[in-house]
Ligand binder design. Structure first.
Ligand code: FES
Ligand code: FES
Length: 187
């Protein structure tokens, strides 16, 4: 069994390197150890708290972000692996005045209880619907089965994903990064 490593912003400065990252369309310069998990950099250094710390083991999906359009688990990838790539977090989807269709669908369907899983559900759904714009119920279940919701909000989440597919087919806002090569899996 893998061991979970708690998030920390206390770095060994002797191991730090200057790196450039592009996060939510903004270039950021950081002086951090290159093996630090992306999640900790996002939350502790860039104050982007959309991605959540759940298991720290790549198993729950709460920490999901998009890297070049693909949903990835930011607790499990080192910062050095995203240098030169586009990282999008929940904060980079739409705006409060003009929410991304997937965010709007989750709001409309009130698809949350505690809300802790929603970052992963939403970011995973964005990546999934780019690849399969009009999914069946079975495809939605398959895509989201590795995202954990301890509150049991699955019925509303299914409805939200279906509404998101409808909204995105209407307004064509499916793509955050049209250049990105996408993957069907929501990892
Ligand atoms: S915190 Fe990353 S998958 Fe659980
Ligand atoms: S709404 Fe609480 S974990 Fe999903």
């Amino acid at each position: 069994m893998r061991k979970s490593v708690e998030p920390t912003s206390v770095f060994d400065s002797t191991n730090a390197h200057a790196i450039l990252l592009t996060v939510n369309h903004v270039e950021r310069s950081l002086n951090v150890p290159q093996d630090t998990a992306l999640l900790y950099i996002l939350r502790n250094d860039l104050e982007l708290n959309g991605p959540k710390y759940g298991c720290g083991l790549g198993e729950c999906g709460a920490c999901t972000v998009l890297v070049n359009g693909k949903a990835v688990r930011s607790c499990s990838i080192p910062i050095k692996s995203v240098i030169g790539k586009e990282v999008i977090t929940l904060e980079g989807l739409g705006s409060p005045g003009l929410p991304h269709p997937v965010v709007q669908a989750f709001i409309t369907m009130q698809a949350a209880q505690c809300g802790y899983c929603l970052n992963g559900m939403i970011m995973g759904t964005v990546g999934f619907l780019k690849k399969i714009p009009q999914p069946t119920d079975l495809q939605i279940r398959e895509a989201l089965k590795h995202y954990l919701c301890r509150c049991g909000t699955h019925i509303e989440i299914m409805q939200a994903v279906k509404l998101a597919a409808e909204l995105m087919s209407k307004d064509g806002k499916r793509s955050i990064n049209p250049e990105a090569s996408l993957d069907t899996s929501i990892s």
